[in-house]
Design a protein around this ligand. Sequence first.
Ligand SMILES: Nc1ncnc2c1ncn2[C@@H]1O[C@H](COP(=O)(O)OP(=O)(O)OP(=O)(O)O)[C@@H](O)[C@H]1O
Ligand SMILES: [Mg+2]
Length: 462
Amino acid sequence: MKNGKILIADDDELNRDNMSQLLKDEYEIKTVRDGRDGIEAFLEDKFDLVITDLRMPNVDGLEFLKFIKEANRDNIVIMITGYGTVNTAVTAMKMGAFDFITRPIKDDLVKLSVSRAMSYAKLLVENNSMKEHLKERQNFDKIIGYSDCMKKIFDVIDKVSTSDSTVLISGDSGTGKELVARAIHFKSDRSSQPMIPVNCGAIPEDLLESELFGHEKGAFTGAIRSRMGRFELAQGGTIFLDEIGDMSPSLQVKVLRVIQEKQFERIGGVKTINADVRIIAATNQNLEKAVEEKRFREDLFYRINVIPVNLPTLHERGSDILILANYFLTHFNVLKRKNVERISPEAANYFMQYKWPGNVRELQNLIEMLVVMKEKGEIGVSDLPPKYRHIQSAIETTPSIKITEEGINFNERVSQLEKDLLLKALKISGGVKNRAAKLLNLNRTTLVEKLKRLNITDGWVD
Ligand SMILES: Nc1ncnc2c1ncn2[C@@H]1O[C@H](COP(=O)(O)OP(=O)(O)OP(=O)(O)O)[C@@H](O)[C@H]1O
Ligand SMILES: [Mg+2]
């Protein structure tokens, strides 16, 4: 077992060989002839350390360093400089090189610098995964939900995160599928490794295959260099296949193979790569229906649907609506340095009645907008965009009242019916109370009293 992987870039063959001889017993070495090949190698594989000569044709050491730092700030680079280029070496250090070694090379110094760099690299990895872990744990805490259906979801998250089973998260757009996927990953043993998301619906079909599996140089027109795919990037971690229902049938076969055999090849590649990857998939389609309609492979469906997690719509978790709204209010007040104190009870009433087709995301966006526009004070009904001020009448949604065997609460039902009639009349009359009263053959005072009793207090014109 070697102590790490080093990429050596030097245009001088002798220098390259010497450096490689010096380090090859302890480390896995790859050598390249210039910065251009270095970039290629860097994109294809992961390295703990890069040792690069300063003067090279095509892409020189400084340009290569710049590329590495832009791609991944934490990657460690040691620069080798010839006599007379010390100034450039200083520039390199400023650009983020870890160390520089001047020629003629002294073997001991090189070994010392490399071993220091390697310890530092290990520290960085640990530190980063800890940071990520902390960050994501906080995010996990931020799945807000106290409704019974969300409590059940939290239970499932706890249970599945300790296993490696494939999870299929379904739910309408904006219900929190990605949030749940992250929570599962960051509670699992794989949390120190990445969770790599792939949006199967957003990437064109012909690109998606190479995104997932990677490709070798020359595998197709335009494949000018080899590239790792997301399955490879997710090694040891989790791959999140978002909108899996949009995946083409031919790719479904290939993903099925990875799940069954835990192996795959890059496009145009001959080497079989083992996939140590946990799969979490998500969909906002009804996949069972897609299977019936032969749009989605039945065998793949059963392979991914090992543990189903179905996220309820926001409307279905009614008791969470105001909790979430207030949570977002606090969040955006802090983020935007605003001081919006609260959502008025009247506005809250509208929140409860609204259907939220865009679910939690829609609520989050609305609160963000309101905080930005309002700055301070309270959010009242008049601050709400018109579509949030429509109240759905229960009459429209429940045309006939059923009396069940357990019986019903008469008074509650009558109040509800009264409320529905009043709201409907107000809606038809554009909110003008006089007109609404006429529509219901009530006098105005009775209507106003009823509105008060039923807590329908704001937003209607006198
Ligand atoms: N229970 C929740 N608590 C706090 N924030 C939430 C919750 N559910 C969703 N969100 C937030 O709502 C937004 C949408 O969530 P997410 O992206 O996970 O939804 P999604 O189901 O993947 O949506 P889509 O199908 O559109 O991709 C995110 O900003 C997320 O942080
Ligand atoms: Mg999503």
